[in-house]
Design a protein around this ligand. Structure first.
Ligand code: FES
Length: 550
């Protein structure tokens, strides 16, 4: 028998049994919509050990690159009599973000409830047109979704009260098509059949069905995400986002006069989601090919349209969004930092879900004290844990500013029993992600003609940004070395912005106007980016861009 461990749960599996069946025996429910027919592609698992003990890929797995560790669990079977196989499904969990984003300008709290879908007697109607969506006296729900490259989060809102009913999150299953945006674009362009979209729609559907409301009472869906994630969902070609000048098809069509906005719209029926078939499903407008609807939504969340002070917002993710300015002038950029700070490309990395190490302290005697989400045994390290770890290694001299471990070792072990370790090559991944983020910020500030200290507030957004320790983030140079009181952690501002757009059509309309005023700073062609990047890869506090304003 082979010992199979799925998501930390073990079972003994004989040769010939599929991973899907064995996972069920171990108590792990693997997502499926096709009942193991090899069609839905939702049962994808990532093999972290024992790939050689499995049968060869079947014809249903040709969409999975043989160089990756992904397999369809309904297709691959145990092919050995002894050994160990470890794998995990795409992860699901309760969001670790607050019910409301914190510390946002007071104006957003007072957003008037004027949703796009309202009740008229026993009818549910489109508030703008009066068109009937459904006949029902039941509740009217809306769904705000933030489609991240790595993590998808959603909120269920009662559109008659504006109250949040539930939230949930899961790991974006499109990871089998690559962990960053460019790989997904490449994958989508090379594989017919909209596999990325269909797999994600399957996962979204499972998550929606599990919400504590009848999915057919969901009449409005507002979706944000970077331009690639958003356009993939709406079945747009993303090929043009991957080619110079990196523009979404919606931008091109807007410039050609074929559309009046970069927003996208479809119906519940066409979206493949189990919401009401006549539901409105809207993708908020984007700023540019690489500055997406998530950045636009952040502007709603921090109320940039009415902000007089100079502020900045940094939404750290696989693609980091940057916005600097106020109601008079806004500059935006997007950094393809990669998934390292979301746990991707890191040996023992994982998203910020239950089981992830989120706090790391290094005692004088060299022992680690670890804080684990959920309080159970650690399964891996999430982004905030990685920042803590880097900061502690730096503080205690076990790692230098170049990211090299002292004493010639190539790893540090956090939990020997569970083999949770951190490699020197992981440091390189994080150094490059950090370097890209801070270089992007320096370019934007430099182009704006200001220094870091000139901002009144530096908003740190995103599920990851919410849980960072300011001191650790400043020590390694992930964020500018500003006074603590200027740094405000606001949680998932993109989802907050999507929620505001969901409960208020007037704010949604305001955003349409605002996105047209934003200047896009193209990092990929900026003369100063590379120098800032090289400097930014070092682990030391980040100062202002030099050569501006004295
Ligand atoms: S269960 Fe549908 S492809 Fe495996």
């Amino acid at each position: 028998m082979v010992t199979l461990t799925v998501n930390g749960h073990s079972t003994l599996a004989p040769a010939g049994v599929s991973l899907f069946t064995a996972a069920g025996q171990a108590g792990v429910r693997v997502p499926t919509s096709c009942v193991t027919q090899g069609k839905c592609k939702e049962c994808v698992v990532e093999i972290t050990r024992g790939m050689e003990l499995l049968t060869a890929p079947t014809a249903c797995e040709t969409h999975l690159d043989a160089r990756t560790q992904f397999r369809l669990s309904c297709q691959c079977r145990i092919a050995a009599d002894t050994g160990e196989v470890e794998c995990h499904t795409m992860r699901r969990g309760q969001m670790r973000i607050e019910r409301r984003a914190l510390h946002l300008p007071a104006t957003h709290q007072t957003t008037t409830l004027d949703p796009a879908v309202v009740r008229e007697g026993d009818r549910v109607v489109d508030a703008m047109t009066g068109e009937e969506i459904a006949r029902s006296t039941g509740p009217i729900h809306g769904l705000a979704i933030d489609l991240g490259t790595t993590t998808v989060v959603m909120r269920l809102i009662d559109l008659e009260t504006g109250e949040q009913v539930a939230d949930t999150s899961f790991e974006n299953p499109q990871r089998f098509g690559g962990s960053d945006i460019m790989s997904r674009i490449h994958y989508d362009s090379g594989h017919p059949g909209r596999l990325l979209m269909r797999t994600l729609a399957g996962y979204l559907s499972h998550a929606i069905v599990d919400l504590p409301a009848d999915p057919l009472t969901i009449y409005d869906v507002v979706l944000v995400g970077n331009s690639t994630m958003r356009d993939l969902f709406f079945r747009q070609s993303v090929y043009t986002i991957g080619q110079n000048p990196y523009r979404s098809i919606t931008e091109i069509e807007l410039a050609e006069g074929k559309r009046t906005t970069t927003s996208l719209r479809t119906t519940g029926r066409r979206s493949l989601l189990p919401v009401h078939p006549n539901a409105r499903v809207c993708g908020l407008p984007i700023i540019s090919g690489h500055v997406g609807a998530d950045a636009a939504a952040c502007m709603l969340a921090i109320d940039l349209a009415h902000e007089d002070r100079l502020v900045a917002i940094m939404d750290i993710g696989t693609n980091t969004e940057l916005l600097v300015g106020n109601r008079h002038r806004i500059l935006a950029a997007s950094c393809p930092a990669g998934p390292a700070f979301e746990g991707g490309a890191i040996a023992c990395g994982m998203p910020g879900l239950e089981g992830a190490i989120e706090d790391v302290a290094l005692d004088d005697d060299g022992r680690f004290r670890l804080g684990v989400i959920g309080g159970g045994p650690p399964e891996g390290i999430c982004g905030s844990g990685l920042v803590d770890l880097l900061s502690e290694l730096l503080r205690t001299g076990r790692m230098n500013a170049l990211g090299r471990f002292e004493d010639g070792v190539d790893r540090v072990t956090l939990d020997a029993g569970r083999d949770i370790h951190f490699l020197e090559r992981d440091v390189n991944e994080l150094a490059q992600a950090k370097g890209a983020n801070i270089a992007g910020l320096q370019v934007v500030f430099s182009d704006y003609g200001i220094q870091f200290d000139d901002v009144a507030v530096f908003y740190l957004a995103g599920g990851f940004g919410r849980h960072l320790k300011k001191s650790a983030s400043k020590r390694i140079g992930l964020i500018p070395n500003l006074a603590d009181e200027k740094i405000v952690q606001v949680g998932n501002a993109a989802l907050e912005g999507a929620t505001i757009a969901l409960v208020s059509q007037s704010r949604r309309q305001e955003l349409e106007t605002l996105v047209r005023t934003v200047e896009h700073c193209r990092l990929e062609t900026h003369a100063g980016f590379f120098d800032f990047f090289v400097d930014g890869c070092q682990f030391r506090p980040a100062g202002s861009p030099s050569g501006v304003n004295g």
